[in-house]
Design a protein around this ligand. Structure first.
Ligand code: DGY
Length: 322
């Protein structure tokens, strides 16, 4: 008898084909994200689970699993999975780093460029029929990138790749990270380590690349936002929960900082009544950091491989915890 796997949402056809060769496959086709009670009932008899970053794979859900061997998430982030519980219960967890590094760094850089040069704002002005006069001395002026200081908060794979982009635009780059990288790598990337406080106060743009954990939860609150330069921008492509959204709204409204570019939100999707919607100095993207055709194919390949490994009692290619 084939082992059973459950997907909380469909994947590419090639991935489904591969999975169906080996396993009995059930795919959730209803409302996204799947309701917790349906998830619990589906996970009960599944040997493997493929999930997405918005699915809450918490202790309560995992407690209902009777024979789950592996969780394979279609994401680099895994803050939605109770890793401690998974580890205690010998459930493997696979994720998809590396393959989405370039796409996500591109997205962060895109938001940076858009925020400083007001591209989306200009697009809205034209579409709304508000472009009345051309080429004035003070019209829609943004900021140069060259010479500005980019502060990278979290210099992992994506942070380092963003540094390469920024270097090509002649930005000065400082970073803060749990661990300093080697002098040699600092030199190659053209980055300088600074304490967190310096990163906050000296940067013209701060880009967040830390995972969401207990320590980083809402770390960007009013206290930090107030320490940033009034002319500074905040870019976030990591997780929405790393920022206190209420404080960010106030900071943008009251011009405590100049602007922000975000791809991630505390709760996704947001609706048209969200206070972010009215802010002209905010550029938003609908959580598409890794969403390129090429990257998503590679993520699906890796998600399948991670799952297969776990189903065979092996470590996923990229594994967290057990
Ligand atoms: C992930 O994979 O966790 C990212 O949020 C994708 O953009």
């Amino acid at each position: 008898m084939k082992q059973k796997i459950f997907l909380t949402r469909t994947l590419h056809d090639f991935a489904l084909k591969e999975l169906k060769k080996k396993f009995e496959v059930e795919i959730h086709t209803g409302k996204i994200p799947i309701a917790q009670n349906i998830l619990k009932s589906k996970i009960k008899n599944s040997d493997g689970l493929i999930c997405f970053p918005y699915d809450e794979i918490n202790k309560e859900v995992l407690q209902s699993a009777e024979k789950l061997k592996v969780i394979s998430t279609f994401s680099v982030g895994y803050d939605h999975i109770d890793l401690d519980f998974a580890k205690e219960n010998k459930i493997r967890v696979g994720y998809t780093p590396e393959v989405l590094t370039d796409a996500t760094a591109d997205m962060a850089f895109g938001l940076l460029l858009d925020s400083l040069r007001r591209i989306s704002e200009g697009d809205r002005i034209i579409r709304n029929g508000k472009w009345k006069q051309i080429y004035g001395a003070y019209d829609y002026v943004g900021f140069d990138l060259q010479g500005k200081t980019l502060g990278i908060m979290g210099l992992g794979r994506i942070g380092k790749t963003l540094a390469k982009r920024a270097k090509a635009f002649d930005m000065k780059i400082i970073y803060h990270n749990r661990n300093k990288i080697s002098k040699e790598e600092e030199r190659k990337l053209g980055v300088k380590y600074v304490a967190l406080d310096k990163l906050i106060t000296q940067s013209d743009v701060i880009s967040i690349h830390v995972p969401h954990t207990k320590e980083t939860n809402q770390i960007f609150d009013m206290k930090i936002l107030k320490k940033m330069k009034k002319t500074a921008f905040l870019i976030n492509t990591s997780r929405g929960k790393v920022v206190n959204e209420k404080d960010l709204v106030t900071a943008l409204k009251q011009k405590i900082i100049a602007g922000a570019g975000i791809d991630v939100f505390k709760t996704e999707p947001i609706n048209k009544n969200h206070p972010f919607i009215k802010l002209e100095n905010l550029v938003m993207a609908p959580h598409i950091g890794s969403s390129t055709k090429e990257t998503r194919i590679q993520m699906a390949e890796l998600t399948v491989k991670n799952l297969i490994n776990g189903m065979n009692g092996k470590k996923p290619i990229y594994s967290v915890g057990y």
